[in-house]
Each structure stands twice: as structure tokens, then as C-alpha cells.
Design a protein around this ligand. Structure first.
Ligand code: ZN
Length: 450
């Protein structure tokens, strides 16, 4: 009788747990709140205003208060300042001499909002606010290797160029994330930079100048979430896809960009499970480019988000209008960004797995037939997680959480047979990017011959 009543009591307790409200695995309520705060209505309001400037061509009117790129950038700056007093908002100005598609000397002004974190390591969210109308899509944003981009002979810099989707969508996504993160009340470990670029359509000019300066100043950039053309859900072929987003990440397999791409897919699966992240193992779409490449070229981890199914007929022309933007879809893409940025910004930095000469810290110690990983402790880490996979696979297959140590040995595991990696875990369970143990490609030997 006594046992029976205890069983009954236990059953009552078990059934009383509200299952529907149980958190998903690894979900952090702070991140859920940020993701939920992304407003589709505000994205629409922002884009409606942004396209009202007529054109945002980098070479268009700089002084009119109502039309052209000057008016547009002033509004972006003021709007980001209005959206939260925690943001430090300024122009990031670069004087560019005539070159390629820049036909006269011009001030290219990126609009930058910084949300200071506990540490100087930076995470970027970006889109380009400049637009172009060359009468259709036929343009590649980055010149072929070794060749300078020529001027757009068909382009009249003051004709209508709404750029609602390219890249008004990425611009308002960036602005909305700036507001959501700054107003979340959360103190992030990483410093967050929300930036909208100019000069993208003239050969990534604004982002190149910015990334070069960062490299010279040795600023620690952990990740760049670039967004370019992320708001249209119906392809030019009539096929609709409002349930997925592509992430392009430059290789090789274990580049920091690929590590970031895997991380974004993982965090989206937790916080935006209805939206699918499709990873693309290439720098960008074939023959096309965007500002993430300015960062990759300077050695920083950077990816670009692209809508699932594009309409090429509505790019780089007067018809890239706001009626081609699906705000429900754009909001989902903004939430995927938010989940990744928040997870990363709350986590410790990724462990450093190389020595000062760049060699990786993976060895066969102690027996000569074991796998031993070593790494430098990450500030704020309370534990680490090691990863491994078959060398021919692209995604991590196995992982194991270990304690607060800086080395780990797997007995009788041959280091030739697997790729290894390690991440850092913070006190509240947030995980860093995975640092992989990568062997650089061997340099050729110069053979001395008579
Ligand atoms: Zn673009």
C-alpha cells in the first residue's frame, strides 16, 4: 500500500511537468528572447524609408537632404542612434581615388554601430546600403583575379536604384539586429559591430578599406556575418522557398569561415528550428561576390548569407522594389543571424591550437601511437569539448565534453586517420567556435642543380 501510494505520487509529479514548456536542448532563455524580439514590422518600416531616397549609388548626390546616398547614410546613422543609446554610432569614412568603377574621387562612408562587450574581440554583422542600376543584373561585384573592374558605362549614378533587396534587405537586417542586441540588456563578452557598407557595387571598396585598417591595427575579429540579398522568397524561375537560407563559406575544409558556417547551422537548429540553414562550400555564388571577401582576403573568418532562390531579373535595375521583399522570410533570416551572433558573443573565444610559429599542437604523444591535443586556455572557459571525424568528411562526427584542462589524449588513436578540433565552454554552457588542428600544405623545396 505504502509503495503503491509512493508510485502514484511519483506519477503525479512526472505528469505535472509541463512538457510543452520544457526548454530545447542547449537553449539559453536570453538568446531565445533576443531571437523573439526581431520585429518583422520594424524591418518593413526601415526598408520603406530606405528606398525613399531614390538611389543609394555610391557616386550619387552627397548633399541633398532627401535623395541620394548622402541623405540615406545620414538617416541610417540617425536611426541607429535613435534605436538605442547603448550603441556608439559613427561614420567610418575613407577617401577613395578614381579607380575601376570609382570614376571620381569620393568619400565612401560606412555606417558603424558598436555595442561594447567585456572583451575587445569583435563579431561583425553587415550588409551594404549602396545600390546600383545598370539596367539589369549583369555585373560581378568583385573583379576577376588580377583584373581591375572597369567603369559601369551604362550606369547613370542618379537614376532610380531602390536596391530594396540588393542590399536594402541586408541593411535593415543589420539595423534591426543592432537595436535588438543593444536593447536586450545582456552584457556580451564579445564586442559587436553592426555595419552597413558603401561602395560594394564598385568592387567592395568600403569593406576593403575597413578590413585593411583592421588588419594593420591587429584588431581581433572572430566572425563576420555578412548579409547580401536575403529578402526575396520567390526565384526568377517561379519556385518559392521561404524556409531556408544559404551560408557561403570559403575553404579549405577547416578554414575559420567553414567553422563559423557549421556554428551558424548548429545555433539555428536550436533557436530557429523551422528555418533550414544550407551550407555552401564555396566563397560565394558562381561569378558573384560581396563584402565577406574583403575580410577573408585579410585573414578574418567571414561568411555571407544569401536567399535560397534568387530572382536575377530584379537585381541591379529599377525594378528591385520593396514589393519583391518577403518580410516574414527576411525576419526568419534575421533570427538565424541573431541566434548565431548571440551564442558566439556569450561564449568564450575559441581555443588557440597553434604555437607561435603557426604549427598545430597535435602529436602522437605519449606512446607514439596516441592522439594528444594541446591548446592554450581560453579566458572564461570552464570546460572544453573535443571533436573528431573521418578525414574525408566535412562535418564533425564525434564529440566529447571534457574538464577544464588544456590537453587531452586518446589512447591508440592514429592522428593520421581523423581530423581533430576543440571548442571552449563558458560557465553558462555557451560554446565557442571549434578550432581545428590543420596541417598547412607543404612548401615546395628548391632543388639545387648544376
Ligand atoms: Zn549586393
Amino acid at each position: 500500500m505504502k509503495t503503491r501510494s509512493m508510485v502514484m505520487a511519483l506519477l503525479l509529479i512526472l505528469t505535472a511537468v509541463p512538457r510543452a514548456q520544457a526548454p530545447r536542448p542547449d537553449a539559453d532563455p536570453r538568446i531565445e528572447k533576443i531571437v523573439a524580439s526581431i520585429s518583422e514590422a520594424r524591418l518593413r518600416e526601415l526598408l520603406t524609408k530606405l528606398v525613399s531616397f531614390g538611389t543609394r549609388n555610391t557616386l550619387s548626390d552627397q548633399t541633398s537632404p532627401t535623395t541620394g546616398i548622402g541623405a540615406a547614410r545620414n538617416w541610417i546613422l540617425e536611426e541607429m542612434r535613435r534605436s538605442s543609446e547603448k550603441l556608439r554610432v559613427n561614420f567610418d569614412t575613407h577617401t577613395i581615388l578614381p579607380q575601376g568603377r570609382i570614376t571620381r574621387e569620393v568619400d565612401v562612408r560606412n555606417v558603424m554601430a558598436i555595442l561594447p562587450g567585456r572583451s575587445p574581440r569583435r563579431i561583425y554583422v553587415s550588409g551594404h546600403y549602396d545600390s546600383v542600376n545598370i539596367g539589369g543584373q549583369n555585373i560581378s561585384n568583385s573583379a576577376a583575379p588580377g583584373a581591375a573592374a572597369g567603369p559601369d558605362r551604362r550606369a547613370d549614378v542618379n537614376v532610380e536604384a531602390n536596391g530594396a533587396n540588393d542590399d536594402g534587405s541586408g541593411t535593415v537586417l543589420t539595423m534591426e539586429l543592432a537595436r535588438a542586441f543593444a536593447e536586450s540588456g545582456i552584457q556580451f563578452d564579445a564586442t559587436l559591430v553592426f555595419i552597413t557598407w558603401a561602395g560594394e557595387e564598385q568592387g567592395l571598396v568600403g569593406s576593403s578599406a575597413h578590413a585593411e585598417d583592421l588588419k594593420k591595427a591587429n584588431v581581433p575579429i572572430e566572425a563576420v556575418f555578412n548579409n547580401d540579398i536575403v529578402g526575396n522568397s520567390i526565384g526568377g524561375n517561379g519556385i518559392r522557398d521561404a524556409e531556408s537560407i544559404k551560408v557561403y563559406a570559403v575553404g579549405p575544409e577547416d578554414s575559420p569561415a567553414r567553422s563559423l558556417a557549421r556554428y551558424i547551422r548548429k545555433s539555428a537548429a536550436v533557436y530557429v528550428p523551422s528555418h533550414k540553414v544550407r551550407l555552401m562550400a564555396r566563397e560565394d555564388r558562381v561569378g558573384r561576390g560581396s563584402d565577406q571577401s574583403s575580410f577573408s582576403q585579410n585573414g578574418f573568418p567571414a561568411i555571407v548569407f544569401r536567399e535560397a532562390n534568387e530572382n536575377f531579373e530584379r537585381q541591379h535595375g529599377a525594378n528591385d522594389r520593396i514589393d519583391g521583399v518577403d518580410f516574414g522570410y527576411l525576419a526568419q533570416n534575421a533570427r538565424v543571424n541573431a541566434a548565431g551572433v548571440a551564442s558566439l558573443a556569450l561564449a568564450p573565444p575559441a581555443p588557440k591550437v597553434t604555437n607561435d610559429r603557426g604549427g598545430n599542437l597535435l602529436s602522437r604523444d605519449p606512446s607514439g601511437y596516441d592522439a594528444t591535443m594541446r591548446w592554450a586556455a581560453s579566458p572564461g572557459a570552464v570546460a572544453y569539448r573535443i571533436y573528431w571525424r573521418d578525414t574525408w568528411n566535412n562535418d564533425w562526427e564525434h564529440s566529447q565534453t571534457i574538464g577544464n584542462v588544456t590537453q587531452f589524449t586518446m589512447k591508440n588513436v592514429n592522428i593520421d586517420d581523423f581530423v581533430f578540433g576543440v571548442s571552449a565552454l563558458g560557465a553558462e554552457g555557451q560554446e565557442s567556435l571549434v578550432s581545428a588542428y590543420v596541417s598547412p600544405v607543404r612548401q615546395g623545396t628548391t632543388i639545387k642543380r648544376p
